[in-house]
Design a protein around this ligand. Structure first.
Ligand SMILES: Cc1ncc(C[n+]2csc(CCOP(=O)(O)OP(=O)(O)O)c2C)c(N)n1
Ligand SMILES: [Mg+2]
Length: 566
């Protein structure tokens, strides 16, 4: 039995969050969580950041966790929780660990089914928790008797599963004193079983030795499980080309000589597709094929692909359990000779040379998507955090090679528009030292625009590009090219920073031409203020990729008798 000490329940929860590396709690106050907010304020090194609404809080917590590993959100029961749920579900879909805490009604009201505000006044207190049950990997409603154990159980699950968890903290128990373990909670996970790890490494070593066409294929879990370094080391030591799905953009440096390209079934470049589909040793890191990253399910991985997940490795007729992906990969790395200068595999040498980024602006030409993204490729710097919203931005950025050590944030699986602006706030809260650049469409921006005020008020200085194409361009390519439902009301976007934060000066401008873009970039590049750059684009101007994708999506969504055939 470990040693115990005394703590209030709320202070213990704060203490545990800090031990897990969380320094900010993002959310919205309410009467059921005010007492816990006091406890957050009393915790050194833990700060509450208020957002304009709970959906934004959830998106921000998601952005925070993507760069910081783990995050915490605070809402008030029912009204706050259900507003946040879309953002929580996004984190669940995209494997982002966040701790969702809600200030719940006093425990006696819940235990005795007493109608209260923020409930349906029918004595039902399980409905909200049940909603979260669908989108979190562990849930709890704390009581005096079990709070310490439950907090630890749920936080461990969050870190282990890399997905959200949900904690209800009844408002009348936060200040009760309980016995809590002295031993800190850490990010340490269960290690693999020694013999199983050794057997798995030996098996991989044997298969790799025989391989003539080895390859690695990565999806977003390579990042979420913190495996990028060890994967890179493996690729380098064994001279293995690697490819990623579009849902894992830039998780490993796209400029790396061994980077083969993006694999997505028939959407891949022919060389990438041919090599991956005929690899004789393919480690695929938790790939999740959905229509958008698989060329509408045209993926065809070799039948003996080695599917590596956090805690197991599965092959057609074989499985290794009791392992961890990290130990297996590092075991395999250790079994290989140190990196030497090896000739690059043929498939890499035959790759088309990189286009160079020399961009010559045509001063008076109207801005177009094709030229915009070419220009941006040259604007990005190593270490930038680049965020692409669903819509033309994300589609276009998928085709731009990002600099080394740049991080790309998007929501390719869940795809909830408006996600990126609050996610930018979260990412900045965790690391404002890195330059942040956001691209967001006018339609998406209108969903979560308020959070611009928090970003400015916090003193952050990202570069925000607002693509004003007067509506939902991505949707226009699916259906309703000129339908009113794809229009959004035009706003004076560049006036917003002033309205939302009158006392802070920002750099704002509206860009119509390539010349104006150059001017804006030269100011934004080394600006000490937030830059908000509105880009005027034609409603039907879109990245080439979207044109084919829109038609495919319509076929997929509506079938052969859908509206396109009318
Ligand atoms: C919360 C949510 N509502 C609706 C959608 C459907 N949707 C997907 S993209 C899109 C339009 C995005 O328009 P905009 O942000 O202006 O991007 P553009 O393609 O014009 O650059 C919509 C409405 C969604 N993905 N998420
Ligand atoms: Mg738009």
């Amino acid at each position: 039995m470990g040693k115990f000490m005394k703590s209030t329940i709320g202070a213990f929860l704060c203490h545990r969050l800090k031990q897990m590396g969380v320094n900010h709690v993002i959310g919205v106050p309410g009467d059921y969580n005010l007492e816990f907010l006091e406890q957050i304020n009393d915790t050194e090194g833990l700060e509450f950041i208020g957002t304009c609404n709970e959906l934004n809080a959830a998106y921000a917590a998601d952005g925070y966790a993507r760069v910081g590993g783990l995050s915490a959100m605070l809402t008030t029961y029912g009204v706050g929780d259900l507003s946040a749920l879309n953002g929580v579900a996004g984190a669940y879909a995209e494997h982002v660990p966040m701790v969702c805490i809600t200030g719940a009604p006093p425990i006696h009201t819940m235990q005795h089914a007493i109608p209260v505000h923020h409930s349906a006044a029918d004595g039902n207190f399980s409905n909200v928790l049940n909603c979260f049950r669908e989108f979190t990997v562990a849930q709890t409603c704390l009581t005096y008797a079990d709070a310490a154990q439950e907090i630890d159980r749920v936080l461990r699950a969050c870190w282990r599963e890399k997905r959200p968890v949900y904690i209800q903290l009844p408002s009348d128990i936060a200040y009760l004193t309980i016995d809590v373990p002295e031993q800190p909670l850490t990010r340490q996970l269960q290690q693999g079983d020694e013999k199983s790890v050794a057997a798995c490494v030996a098996y991989l070593q044997g298969s790799l030795k025989k391989a003539k066409r080895p390859a690695l294929l990565l999806d977003m879990d390579a990042d979420r499980l913190h495996l990028t370094e060890v994967l890179c080391e493996l690729a380098e030591r064994a001279n293995i080309p690697f490819a990623s799905l579009s849902s894992a953009k830039n998780v490993i440096d796209e400029n790396h000589p061994l980077f083969l390209g993006v694999y997505g079934g028939q959407h891949s470049l022919p060389d990438v597709r041919e090599y991956i589909e005929n690899a004789d040793f393919l480690i695929a890191l938790s790939p999740r094929f959905i229509e958008v990253n698989s060329g509408h399910y045209t993926q065809a991985l070799p039948s003996d692909t080695l599917y590596l997940h956090a805690f197991d490795l599965l092959q057609e007729n074989r499985s290794f359990t009791g392992i961890t992906a990290y130990e297996v990969l590092s075991g395999l790395v250790a079994s290989l000779p140190e990196k030497t200068h090896q000739a690059l595999p043929d498939v890499i040498r035959s790759k088309a040379p990189k286009v160079n980024n020399n961009f010559l602006p045509h001063e008076f030409e109207a801005l177009t998507q094709a030229r915009l993204w070419q220009r941006m490729a040259a604007f990005f710097r190593p270490q930038d955090i680049i965020i692409g919203e669903n819509g033309t931005s994300n589609i276009a950025l998928n085709g731009v090679t990002l600099p080394p050590q740049a991080t790309y944030i998007a929501q390719p699986v869940w795809g909830s528009i408006g996600y990126t602006l609050p996610a930018l706030l979260g990412s900045l809260l965790h690391n404002a030292q890195r330059r942040h650049i956001l691209f967001i469409g006018d339609g998406s921006f209108q969903l979560t625009v308020q959070e611009l005020s928090t970003i400015i008020a916090q003193g952050f200085k990202p570069i925000i590009f607002l693509l004003n194409n007067k509506g939902y361009t991505i949707e226009r390519y699916i259906l309703g090219e000129s339908a009113r439902y794809n229009d959004v009301n035009n706003w004076q976007y560049s006036q917003l920073p002033k309205v939302l934060s009158p006392n802070v000066e920002c750099f704002t401008t509206v860009v119509h031409t390539e010349g104006e873009l150059e001017q804006a970039l030269s100011i934004a590049e080394d600006n000490h203020k937030l830059s908000f750059i509105e880009l005027m684009l034609d409603p039907m101007d879109a990245p080439e990729k979207l044109k084919g994708f829109g038609k495919k999506t319509a076929d997929f969504d509506y079938g052969p008798y859908g509206p396109q055939t009318l």
